[in-house]
Design a protein around this ligand. Structure first.
Ligand code: ZN
Length: 94
């Protein structure tokens, strides 16, 4: 998920373009993920005892943490060309 940001200078397009910003609620989602995992910790032996249903579901849930933590530093990208834009960069004076 992403949202549209104001114009920033894109060095590839060499002009100011709208950018795609990361969804602002990713930190909340990460905290919820860790909180649910911690709440499920006491019942983990029961979940692991059910080999056919609960163990694969726990495995899928645990493998989801990698992509979720990968959202920590999503880059700001140009909407036109997809280049990574430095939000602090200023347009060159010409
Ligand atoms: Zn661009």
């Amino acid at each position: 998920m992403a949202r549209i940001g104001g114009p920033h200078y894109c060095s590839r397009c060499r002009t100011r373009r709208e950018v795609t910003l990361p969804w602002p609620h990713w930190p909340l989602v990460r905290r919820l993920y860790v909180g649910i995992a911690l709440l499920a910790l006491p019942v983990l032996p029961i979940m692991l005892a059910d080999v056919f249903v609960m163990t694969p579901m726990v495995t899928i849930y645990l493998f989801a943490v990698g992509p979720l933590l990968g959202t920590r530093r999503l880059p700001v990208k140009c909407r036109v060309c997809g280049a990574v834009v430095d939000p602090a960069a200023l347009a060159p004076v010409s």
